[in-house]
Design a protein around this ligand. Sequence first.
Ligand code: KG4
Ligand code: ZN
Length: 297
Amino acid sequence: MPELASRAHQQNIIPVIHQAITEAGIKKEDLDAVAFTRGPGLLGSLLVGTSFSKAFAMGLNIPLIEVNHMQAHILAHFAQLHNQEKTVPQFPFLCLTVSGGHTQIVLVKDHFDMEVVGQTIDDAAGETFDKAAKIMGLPYPGGPVIDKLAQQGNPDKFKFPEPNMKGFDYSFSGLKTSFLYFLRDNLKTDPEFIEKNKADLSASLQKTIIKILLKKLKLAAKNFDTQEIAIAGGVSANSELRQAMETARSEWGWQTYIPQFQFTTDNAAMIAVTGYFKFLKGEFIGQDAVPYARGGM
Ligand code: KG4
Ligand code: ZN
């Protein structure tokens, strides 16, 4: 609900930033720049963040940095927590960026040189989880709910069709529709069908989504001749996808990079990391910046 989202942003933005600054043990005068998400996303929410950031940067007389949301999901891999050594992906690498609005295979040649080599032509993977959950009467966001239910279900109980797309592109709308029709048909003979099969339906659907995602990723890895493979975005929190990446490491010899859980779904740290790299390059934006709902990569 875009309107509720923007109201929630308006209500929370100052208290959240105040809390972040307090918990970091700094003063706002210690800040060197303000990075904000310019897009893609829900325009009403982006406007709140953009307007706040402009005013905040102007008040502190520090530069303003625009960040692309999808690029930030990928650069979350470069977030280093205190006292923690971690290996980061080596350029060039492939990143499967899977969220509620996007499903992309990105060839990452540098922090800022990224090429989308494949993407969904209709629904995103996260959207498929969310819509399937809605059909089953489960709460939003559906991804984590289906993930949890799937852990008790049989992934081979039901079969759903996989798309036949050329190249590295995806399509999920056929799967969503067949899931809907399958439930509708079964509900005719058994009104309790969903209730009785929630776990098996979740496990079978999830297995299909992950299989579709991995098939194209494997093809892209072969085509671009790289074994450096990362996943990012909200759906990279999915336990089966994370497990599949571990399996790919041992079976296909991939170097896999799975983001820490707190950097999977939308978070401010990934915007800060991207802002940091742009700050080093001196890439700032003026007070006339406007957000964008789509595109940018
Ligand atoms: O990146 P994100 O936080 O927001 C967007 O940029 O869209 O991704 C949100 C998406 C939602 O569709 C949500 O259902 C999905 O990520 N998601 C998951 C899981 N956790 C979040 N999908 C599958 N399994 C999960 N555990
Ligand atoms: Zn996101």
